[in-house]
Ligand binder design. Sequence first.
Ligand SMILES: [Zn+2]
Length: 400
Amino acid sequence: MKLVNQQLIKNTNLKLLYNSVFHNRGISRADLARRTGLSRTAVSALVDELEESGFLRDTGSLANGPGTGRKVGRKPNCLELCAGNYYVLSFGWEAESVQVHLADISGAGFRHEEIVRGSSDSYIRLCRDWLDERLASSSFAKGQLLGICFILPAMLDPTQRTAFSTAVRLEYDGGGEGVFSCLAEAFPEYAVAVLNDTACAAYAEKVYTGITEKDFAFIRFDRGIGAALFIQDRLLGDACASHTQFGHFSISSDGPACACGNRGCLEMLLREDRLQERLPHKDMPLTYESLGQSALYGDTDSIRAIRDMAFEFSVALANLVCLVHPSLIVLGGRIRRLGPLFLEEVRAALTERSFHKMTDTLRLRYSILDSNACYNGAMKYFFDRHYQFTADMEHTFFIG
Ligand SMILES: [Zn+2]
């Protein structure tokens, strides 16, 4: 037990040091010790280990090479992350495709591909075949993969070991009850994590846009509407999306019936593929983008539609604020294409009709990341939450 604890502490410290370099490129060992509170001896030993295993490199030796007047033997101390050594592979399951994303853990880049999926293709088979082909062609080596993430637009239940999704059909992959064991069987030699897509996008927002608020909500409009909540700096319910189904927050008890069993859910009112019902006389298929554009150039029907949507959304947001009191709410996904008017109207409606004490200091903004955010977020989440430097990661399986 003592050995296990020591391993855990060591893993925590190695990760702390790696992430400190991630956020402070070029930092010295002495600064690392100051920032982390670890002793300089401990920092030195652990950094040496990270250098030997190819996670960190010391660039000081280049800057302070021969002729720079430094004494021979003095340890250079300018640390950088190694690029090109370790990756996290993510497979994003969508209705008609699998998005493949191989991300360098140093943030130095990624490769992204799409596998087209036929209606009776098994997701797991497609992913396994892709991986085997790339390994056979030496695109990368097995040892370079710290883990594989499967990103599903689904509620994941780690206790019952089930997945529930209305966006992807799992019938060729063991169904909602069997998908986790099928994945574990298909990728036994890897560390595997199954993560919810909105949670991964939220994590990316937190890490890559430098969010410092400990309580923040990320709401994503994609095929549906999902939310991830950070409460006191911790992702509520991990990356499972089982604690919050914000898209099924009902704002109208006599609204349209939803597949979830309720009526007037946000998804039924605000989803992109339901915009046409607001403006049935418009010829073009309506999207958030076309509606936002029309409003921008003064189309009064579009402006009214956006105001109505903002009001409906603010009803749900005001309740969310009363429940968890976030200091920041970020709207991600396609909703951004509605443009500034939607955001302004939501703010105005919240100011008018909410618990002022809780919304006075609330910040509301659109996400500033792109569509790859979810995959880069998955990479970082997997590394931060599940990867262990000090343990054999083969045959490990994580839900959320
Ligand atoms: Zn619903």
